[in-house]
Ligand binder design. Structure first.
Ligand code: ADP
Ligand code: MG
Length: 697
């Protein structure tokens, strides 16, 4: 039975209480931090370590800090009052200091620290009035017991109610249960990196000799981190291999429609756009199914790439769908694409949740009979009664909000259509590989020419009046501006209220006709009208909540004011700022903040001032927030790695992807010797999805 856990792993998946020192109570506590079996304990590595190497004297030791010295025990001084400590004077090679105990029993102290005897003590010492004190030493040993003292003692992440000592014992127990496993890592890679085998790696990771052994670069840690990434990439590679195996269709357009479009444009595509279109059309022409990610910073021109791809589908006699995450975006795609579609003579329609009744029915009929060539819309497109005559290409825009899993599900239930996902979130490479590792990647790494840098300035909220004055002057010159209101944690409704208040304020200051308002709580028709007014220039200032965060494209708008900028994340600020600087005019972004700023808010705003480079911003964001947070662990579908640290071991991800894809190319069923070992790794890391895919074949 191929899909059962190999017997060799059974001990690691037994009850936690099998481990020494773990009773039902401790097991209960550990369960709360997802340590439920010896395996989990094995993958809970020390987070730090204590150096207990012996020194001659506390003199000159970096204090406060842990010191280990041999001493001669001197006088015992019991407390003179309750709540005072019991003190024991001791003398090392060069100086006298004190051991201090609270609530200790005299008889016990006399037993472990008999006056006149030599003892080895180890613990945290501090200076008081120039004199060292060690409160409650961790170890008090007789000189001949010195061997019991670890030179370097690992420190585990602690759970309330579970001691370090218990963790040490349990971890050692788990290591003892670890079987020798045939290696799943590519032997060349293993040799090149000088990585230990699996069992040696877990043993070493739990028994660091120095602080360097705890670093992400330590070979044992790297190897174990790599295992996690490799298993993750294998899951993605299996999904990719399966998707490619399923019959796709060769979709090839003659290129006439694309030619018409390109002629009607006032600009020519950038090199990056041309390259991306070629990659996409190559995939579409091939007989396997396309599963490709188009990544491009805001304003890099993804829409044109999408359109050219869709036209290929249409020319081949099929249809294309473009799905956006919000109504506003779907509408905007529609408006942007409509003139181009008209130039090419293809029929484009919009379908959203607002379509109801007879109108919707008519659209669905047109779609089913092939009278609609391209359908743009929200996730209303994927409702079960929406049937295409011949859907050949599905494009999902800005969909980093969906998880890996949902995307896999989607492509599994789709027809033989090619899938293109577009994202404007410039995420660091390690995360892109982790999140989209099952896809092929096209990157728009070049912006259309003629864009001017955006001037970004920080302004204190105290200077609101001055900002409004400047805005008045800009409006008088005919410029257009967005005014984004602060994020409100409580609810969208409060956010809307704040936006309405700002709207009234700016209307009073700038003239009622000049200012529009859009937020998530408004009825659809009013939202559309507000957007349309702004696009056409009837209003010059658009007060908005983050509903305009992604995709909104009004090239003539050149001012972005973000109120409460300190409350936004970096990615959001970058997206919002990306709403300006899209035309040829010089653009400005004002980040308004209220002090005092937290350290991380200060860092975020400083980065925004420093750079417009989305990838740089994404790297900084990863550094400031950590990987889970960046995509939002819950929604991202990003696995939570116990060991791998994407910030510091991210480079391993690319290797893991290459290797995972290669393994499957050479041995699709994982039946070779190494393939069998890889299967064991999948079970060890509970890659259920991968195991299911393998067992279904
Ligand atoms: P994205 O969706 O990647 O943020 P868009 O597709 O909305 O970017 O394009 C941003 C703006 O740049 C649009 O106004 C578009 O017409 C324009 N644009 C796209 N490609 C080019 C190009 N090659 N040269 C000049 N302008 C371009
Ligand atoms: Mg876009």
């Amino acid at each position: 039975m191929a899909h059962q856990r190999p017997e060799i792993l059974f001990p690691l998946f037994s009850a936690l209480t099998e481990l020494p020192g773990i009773g039902p109570k401790t097991a209960g506590l550990l369960e709360k931090v997802e340590i439920t079996r010896p395996r989990d304990m094995l993958f809970t590595l020390p987070a730090g370590g204590i150096d207990r190497r012996r020194r001659d004297t506390v003199l000159g030791a970096p204090l406060p800090g842990v010191v280990t010295v041999e001493v001669t025990v001197g006088a015992h001084v019991p407390p003179r009052a309750r709540n005072r400590p019991y003190r024991v004077f001791v003398e090392d090679a060069r100086t006298e200091f004190e051991l201090v105990f609270f609530h200790a029993r005299d008889d016990w102290l006399h037993k472990v620290l008999p006056a006149g005897q030599r003892r080895l003590v180890s613990g945290r010492a501090e200076l008081f009035d120039g004199r060292a004190q060690m409160a409650h030493p961790d170890y008090i040993l007789q000189p001949d017991e010195a061997g019991e003292l670890p030179l370097f003692e690992p420190v585990y992440p602690l759970t309330q109610g579970v001691t370090q000592k218990a963790m040490h014992k349990a971890a050692a127990g788990a290591v003892a249960l670890a079987p020798a496993l045939p290696d799943w890592i590519d032997p060349h890679l293993k040799a090149q990196r000088d990585w230990p085998g699996w069992r040696a790696a877990v043993a070493a990771a739990h028994a660091p000799d120095t602080a360097a052994d705890l670093a992400p670069e330590a070979p044992a840690r790297q190897r174990l981190a790599y295992d996690e990434l490799f298993v993750h990439q294998l899951t993605l590679a299996l999904a990719r291999a399966r998707a490619r195996k399923r019959p796709g269709r060769s979709t090839r357009g003659a290129g006439e429609l694309a030619g018409k479009i390109l002629q009607s444009l006032p600009f020519s595509p950038t090199g990056a756009q041309t390259r991306a279109v070629a990659e996409i059309q190559g995939d579409m022409a091939a007989s396997h199914r396309m599963n490709r990610l188009l990544q491009g910073d805001v304003g890099s021109g993804k829409t044109l790439v999408a359109l050219l791809a869709m036209l290929a589908a249409v020319e081949a006699g099929g249809q294309a769908a473009l799905m956006a995450p919000t109504e506003i975006l779907a509408r905007q795609h529609m408006e942007g694409l409509a003139p181009l579609a008209a130039a090419a003579g293809v029929r484009l329609e919009l379908l959203t949740g607002r379509d109801k009744g007879a109108e919707r029915a008519a659209k669905l009929a047109d779609l089913a009979e092939g009278r609609i060539d391209i359908l743009a819309g929200t996730h209303a497109l994927f409702q079960s009664d929406v049937a295409f005559r011949d859907l050949r290409l599905a494009i999902v825009d800005e969909q980093h909000r969906f998880g890996v899993r949902q995307r896999m599900d989607l492509s599994e239930k789709g027809q033989a259509a090619d899938i293109l996902v577009m994202t404007a979130t410039p995420i660091p490479r390690s995360l892109a590989l982790s999140h989209y590792g099952d896809m092929d990647l096209s990157v728009l790494d070049e912006k259309p020419p003629g864009r001017q840098p955006i001037d970004t300035a920080l302004v204190s909220a105290d200077r609101l009046d001055q900002v409004v004055e400047r805005l008045r002057a800009a409006v008088a010159e005919g410029r257009q501006a967005y005014w984004v209101c602060p994020l409100v944690a409580e609810s969208e409704a409060t956010e809307a209220t704040a936006a309405e208040a700002r709207f009234e304020h700016l209307r009073a200051a700038l003239g009622a006709g000049a200012v529009g308002l859009v937020h998530g709580q408004m009825p659809h028709a009013r939202k559309d009208a507000a957007m349309a007014d702004f696009v056409s220039g009837r209003t010059q200032v658009l007060v908005a909540t983050t509903v305009i965060e992604v995709g909104v494209n009004v090239p003539q708008a050149t001012i972005m004011v973000i109120e409460g900028a300190e409350g936004f994340g970096l990615a959001q600020l970058h997206q919002l700022r990306g709403r300006v600087g899209r035309g040829s005019g010089k653009s400005t972004c004002l980040l308004m903040y209220s002090g005092p700023l937290s350290e991380s808010a200060r860092a975020r705003l400083a980065i925004m001032r420093e750079t417009e480079d989305g990838f740089r911003i994404a790297e900084e964001d990863l550094r400031l927030r950590g990987a889970g947070d960046l995509l939002g662990v819950a929604q991202s579908g990003l696995p939570r790695f116990r060991i791998a640290d994407l910030e510091r071991q991210g480079e391993l991800m690319a290797t893991a992807q290459t290797d995972a894809r290669r393994v499957l190319a050479e041995d699709p069923d994982l039946s070779s010797e190494r393939g069998q070992a890889v299967r064991t790794a999948l079970y060890l890391h509970e890659a259920d999805r991968a195991i299911r895919m393998l067992s279904v074949g």
